[in-house]
Design a protein around this ligand. Structure first.
Ligand code: CA
Length: 615
């Protein structure tokens, strides 16, 4: 332990960075890698007062020095790292080990009882106009540029947590918030320049921590978007790499990934193609990280754990999961799950085949073929998304079109190690908006969301879908699917955060927006307490006449879902569904609040869905 007077007398001038900036005692892993950065720091000898078990690693860049510390017996406190020359201390740096919050390792991640709401913070709400531009970051605010910064921030999210709670959302996934100092397109924030700092245009580290704590007060969960595959070209370490192999270097300087993720498991793949996918860069501004370098791997493992512990997080969404060195990303994932066994991590595995998606899930049966285990608890249902993008425009009864696409998706569930830990979505920040795809046809929106909210897995909605927002990425650009949420800025003419009832006076939701919103809210609130939907088995029937019927059931509860995607109303012969209806004689359609006699045939109108709670 040190005294403040002594601390003040020591010069820290020769250290510019130390990362992680502090750590905790009683962690599952007993090893900590502390990275020190400063001019020619590698020439010094290092000793830590009170800690004997340390190991120093130097790289070819003299400005870096890595201290590996055995943390097993360390008690909370501040320790002095002394940098010495000829056995004399030249300068020192205090390093703190903090106590963890109680039961930190037992934190529970998001699961299928949750509904996740995806936010692009720059485009959601501007809660603090004073941070729209910042002296430390290059790109300044310009709301008229669809690809520029619009000023949204963490305070904007905090200001609307009640809106989300009221909608029935239980978890928020925000796209990255760490500093991205690219001169253009920094608003998407996937080219990060400092992994230990919230971008000042979004707020501070303290603000992020406050967001988590405000969400926890409302019984909601915060999910961080973590990027392991690449950093931004403006990252301070990229400008002075610790080692040449810190990132994947190419003789030609820049080489774009071939994006063929299938090379990661294709038994016939050539080495050059495999390397081209994994080591190629995702984009010009995104140098590809080399996770086979253990210093890099430890850095990103610790950084991820630091954020969980510091901000009190409830989950990760991992960007471009399947572009990483597959063994490196598995080690990263396992280290986090070892530290927090009940945590949840969902990986972006943008594939169009169920066997390929399931390969990336923990304990995958497909992965077992080449003895690969990613340890990733949750994957994304991109094949269901593919189906959702087309099937509700396919009206006619067909062998392979319309609702059969949904049915077929789930027939592949034997491939998945855990079918309930799969993220379900009708769109995200990289896809055409669902209401654009279906030309603002609310009946189709209702069928889509009925499916997403009631089938197995974890539903995710994209901000603005609940008010019918439009956006076309293919015909326009990314900015079109990432428009500002109406009312998120104080000078907006009206606020879609407010109900339609206030529309006449202050300008709330339009009547059309209200129709989307009220349907979403109604189903989500019902879903919140429905165990059959959270955990029940899925029993599905082959669609007939483009009508898809399935059940979610536990021992005690059962829910029958009927989606009529055809052009005509249909009478459902109830005798066919005896296996799902079981002993129940009555039901209630929770969308229309009508009581249903389960002993008689049910008529369902065209382009309509029913969610029948059985009693
Ligand atoms: Ca702002």
């Amino acid at each position: 332990m040190l005294l403040f007077g002594w601390l003040a007398s020591i010069s820290y001038g020769q250290i510019e960075r130390i990362e992680p900036p502090f750590w905790w005692t009683d962690m599952h892993s007993n090893t900590l890698q502390v990275m020190c950065y400063g001019p020619e720091i590698a020439k010094y000898e290092v000793a830590i007062e009170g800690i004997t078990s340390i190991d120093i690693t130097r790289t070819e860049n003299d400005n870096y020095l890595f201290i590996k510390i055995d943390t097993k017996d360390i008690k909370p406190g501040v320790f002095s790292i002394n940098f010495k020359e000829d056995d004399k201390i030249v300068f020192s740096k205090p390093y703190e080990f903090r106590s963890r919050r109680e039961n930190s390792s037992l934190r529970k991640g998001f699961d299928s009882s949750d509904v996740m709401y995806l936010i692009m913070p720059d485009r959601f709400s501007n809660g603090d106009i004073h941070n729209d531009s910042h002296k430390e970051t290059i790109e300044k605010v310009n709301r008229s540029n669809p690809g520029g910064r619009h000023g949204g921030d963490i305070q904007g999210i905090i200001n609307h947590l009640e809106y989300l709670k009221d909608l029935g959302v239980t978890a928020v996934w925000s796209t990255p918030l760490l500093e991205d100092n690219e001169p253009t397109y920094s608003y998407h924030t996937y080219a990060q320049s400092d992994l230990y700092k919230i971008d000042p245009r979004y707020g501070t580290n303290e603000d992020y921590k406050r967001l988590a704590s405000e969400m926890h007060k409302l019984d909601m969960k915060l999910i961080m978007d973590y990027v392991t595959n690449h950093w931004g070209s403006q990252h301070w370490m990229i400008k002075d790499v610790p080692a040449k192999d810190w990132i994947h270097q190419w003789p030609e300087g820049f080489k774009r990934s071939n994006y063929r993720m299938t090379t990661q498991f294709d038994t016939h793949a050539s080495k050059i193609d495999r390397k081209g996918c994994m080591n190629g860069w995702f984009d010009t501004t995104m140098p590809d990280m080399n996770q086979s370098n253990s210093l890099v791997l430890n850095y990103i493992i610790q950084n991820a754990i630091w954020w969980i512990e510091y901000a009190d997080l409830d989950g990760f969404r991992v960007d471009t999961y399947s572009y990483n060195d597959k063994h490196g990303i598995a080690a990263w994932t396992k280290a986090i799950m070892d530290e927090y066994p009940d945590f949840n991590i969902v990986g972006e595995v943008w594939m169009h085949d169920q066997s390929q998606i399931s390969y990336w899930q923990k304990d995958s049966k497909i992965g077992a073929i080449d003895t690969y285990n990613s340890y990733l608890p949750s994957v994304m249902d991109f094949t269901l998304h593919d189906a959702i993008m087309v099937m509700f425009n396919e009206d006619e009864d067909s062998w392979d079109k319309g609702m059969i696409r949904a049915y077929d998706n789930f027939t592949h569930d034997f491939l998945y190690a855990n079918t309930n830990n799969i993220l379900l979505f009708a769109g995200n920040h990289d896809t055409n908006r669902i209401n654009e795809v279906y030309q603002s046809d609310i009946n189709k929106y209702k069928m889509v969301m009925t499916l997403i909210f009631t089938t197995r897995g974890i539903p995710q909605i994209y901000y603005g879908d609940e008010i019918g927002m439009l956006g076309n990425r293919d015909k326009k650009d990314d900015g079109d699917i990432r428009k500002d949420f109406p009312g998120g800025w104080s000078d907006d003419k009206r606020s879609a955060f407010l109900g339609a009832s206030v529309s006449a006076k202050t300008g709330g939701r339009t009547n059309d927006e209200e129709a989307y919103h009220s349907f979403t809210k109604k189903v989500l609130h019902w879903r919140k307490n429905n165990e059959a939907i959270h955990k029940g088995e899925l029993l599905q029937y082959i669609p007939v006449n483009n009508v898809y019927v399935y059940f979610r059931h536990t021992e005690k509860e059962s829910v029958m879902v009927i989606i009529n995607n055809g052009n005509e109303s249909q009478e459902i012969d109830i005798t066919r569904f005896k296996e799902g209806i079981k002993q129940f004689v009555k039901g209630k359609d929770i969308i229309t609040d009508t009581t249903i006699d389960m002993t008689e045939n049910i008529t369902i109108l065209s382009k309509t869905s029913m969610i029948i709670e059985l009693h």
